[in-house]
Design a binder for this molecule. Structure first.
Ligand SMILES: C[S@@+](CC[C@H](N)C(=O)[O-])C[C@H]1O[C@@H](n2cnc3c(N)ncnc32)[C@H](O)[C@@H]1O
Length: 235
């Protein structure tokens, strides 16, 4: 498969010019920065969480409204939230530091690095909510939801593991749907849920029960939320 972003490559190196990279070290007991997270590949349960609870990973957790509510409500799961924006991650780290249940790690890193950060079958649920839509055609190459991301999801998810996606953006939902319905994805995943109006179609689903920060804005603008749930066919 063609890798469109150089950060998917073995020799990619993170470069840090942002002061929040160092400031994040204030929370070094539960915040890791890119290569620190990659050092835990395949060892998240044994070396970080020190338990065997199922691992949920959220890519693009942003200010972490979802992460904070979900981790509080699901103490029986481990959780890694990933975002590449420094200041946003710092704001989230501050809030997480006040949380009582400590079943999480916040990782300042790129979603393209999933395959370097987690081992085969290490993840039970992979979440991707309201990714940047990159609406202009010439920017579509920046969309994370592409074949290499799906390939990583398949490798890292356990057999029967699930990928949950939500977007406000019709064009990105069409793009996702086209990829999901392609033979290369269909041989790896079955489509458990597809909706162009999540709250109308599946009001009881956990995806509808939790609202992210961006989702609140889209809902206040009466934009229907598009959602997909893929289940790994791995045996
Ligand atoms: C539109 S915001 C949505 C944030 C959050 N999921 C929500 O719904 O409130 C997109 C988030 O994804 C993060 N992001 C974008 N591209 C990313 C990438 N390649 N890797 C990791 N995070 C990324 C951004 O920093 C931003 O916080």
């Amino acid at each position: 498969m063609k890798h469109l972003d150089h950060s998917y490559k073995e020799d990619f190196q993170y470069k840090h010019k942002n002061p929040y990279h160092d400031k994040l070290q204030e929370f070094s007991d539960f915040v890791f920065r890119d290569t620190e997270g990659e050092a835990l590949k395949g060892k998240w349960h044994s070396d970080y969480f020190k338990n065997e609870k199922p691992l949920t990973v959220e890519v693009g957790c942003g200010y972490g409204e979802f992460m904070r509510s979900y981790t509080t409500d699901h103490p029986h799961e481990n959780f890694v939230g990933i975002d590449y924006r420094f200041k946003r991650s710092y704001a989230l780290a501050k809030n997480l530091s006040e949380q009582e249940v400590k079943n999480f790690c916040l990782l300042r890193a790129k979603g393209e690095r999933l395959g370097f950060t987690f081992g085969k079958n290490e993840i039970s649920k992979l979440l991707y909510f309201f990714p940047d839509p990159w609406p202009k055609t010439r920017h579509h190459k920046n969309r994370l939801f592409q074949a290499p991301f799906i390939e990583d999801a398949y490798n890292l998810l356990k057999p029967g593991g699930k990928l949950f996606v939500k977007t406000d953006h019709d064009g990105y939902a069409d793009w996702m749907s086209e990829l999901i319905n392609s033979p290369v994805v269909q041989e790896k995943f079955s489509l458990e849920l597809e909706s162009r109006n999540l709250r109308a179609d599946y009001p009881e689903h956990f995806l509808a029960k939790y609202m992210t920060k961006f989702e609140k804005i889209f809902i206040s603008q009466s934009i229907p939320i598009k959602a997909f749930v893929l289940v790994s066919k791995k045996v």
